[in-house]
Ligand binder design. Sequence first.
Ligand code: HEM
Length: 440
Amino acid sequence: MTETTGTRDRDPEAASCPVGGSRVDDRTRELIKQLAGGDDRLTFPMTRSAPFDPPPEYAALRSACPVAPARLYGHDAWLIAKYDDVREAFLSPDLSADITRPDYPKSPAGKANAAMATSGLPSFLRMDPPVHDDLRRLVTRDFMVKRVEALRPRIQQVVDDLIDEMLAGPRPADFFEAAASPMPNTVICWLLGVPQSDHDFFQDRTQYLFKRGVPDDVRFEKLSGLNDYIYDLVDSKNADPDLDPGADIVSRLVVEQLRTGKMDRRGVQGMAFIMLVAGHETTGNMAALGTLALLRNREQFEALGKDPSLAPGAVEELLRYLTILNEANWRVAARDTVIAGHHIKEGEAVVPLTFSANRDDGHYENPDALDIRRGARDHLAFGFGIHQCLGQPLARVELQVFYETVARRIPTLDLAVPIEEIPFKTDVNIYGVHAMPVTW
Ligand code: HEM
């Protein structure tokens, strides 16, 4: 790994260059025009041209225009392309994550999902301090390394059972549906205290948060069912006079928050929903897509199967290399500010491009290559700053167990179709695969 060689312009004169749609110099304007097909702003999100790589524009932005004007769902926005600048943006107290701001850009999918799934339930992922910090603190202990390490043997059992079942079934199998997606579902169910008998219902319903090609009325019905389920879960726990607050997150919130009047039922429901949305689809997609990336780098897949000590490094590198959550981390300037030496006006959006940062050759040597021995723990795939992924210790354990077990137990695993036929999730803002037919 090399030190950053960023060429940011910290000259205050440059930072105060003319405003009014032209805070970019002629050279930059020309480059944006070329990249944006004649337009004066890029449109975010952009299209990928290869399944594992970011849109090609990112590299051009890093080298020539690290803070670039863009349009984000109808709002003026700035794309931040370099590693150090992305960290700076995530640390800025002037940038807000508050989704209730009228100027906060909302993606059509995000709007639909949020409205349908949560009926506007509060989620601290899209809140600012101090409320964000107070709510996050309520669940921090559940994701401490020691706590999640204690789950490792049970997670191993879940992964082994899923693989046993897949291997006993017909070939080809859909790896995403058979193994990758059910693993985090089971783990979230434990954390939330969802009874074993309801795990399948939960798995079926959560898929509809991000499933493609589903008519709106079907999605609405499925997600309303999930919403009702969580509502009833909170109620039934609350009705239990002997409820053990140490049993799971929902039980604790009911005893410590709901019953003491510190939080209402919608608040508890919102906390359960954020765990579900943040922890299920992300980990499931990483499990499938990461396995696919390993299969395309066969020597590394085989090495992992023979040497389990490579698993932690493999997880960090796959997180860096794939950065599946790049298109949903934007913020809005709550006041005029300067980010990466560049003036941002109040109400403008800022998009820290974590996928670009993770492929910044000013920070990583040969960043476009997958190298599970790289030691890339400082990647930004979990974000950075106050919203940095709360569940990352858990995601790490789940993925370490998953990749290592798959590589060890199914050394002959391979795609059952050409990679061109894999339906990649280019239509939702958590990247992954809709399906992954495999054989062995
Ligand atoms: C590979 C899997 C995962 C990835 C790539 C991932 C990625 C992220 C990212 C990038 C953020 C920051 C979003 C932002 O700054 O706007 C985030 C936040 C969050 N994640 Fe994860 N996540 C993963 C797994 C999990 C799991 C397993 C859980 C819990 C069950 C979880 C819970 C959360 C929560 C609660 C937040 C909000 C934190 C806050 O706003 O303070 N995540 N995640």
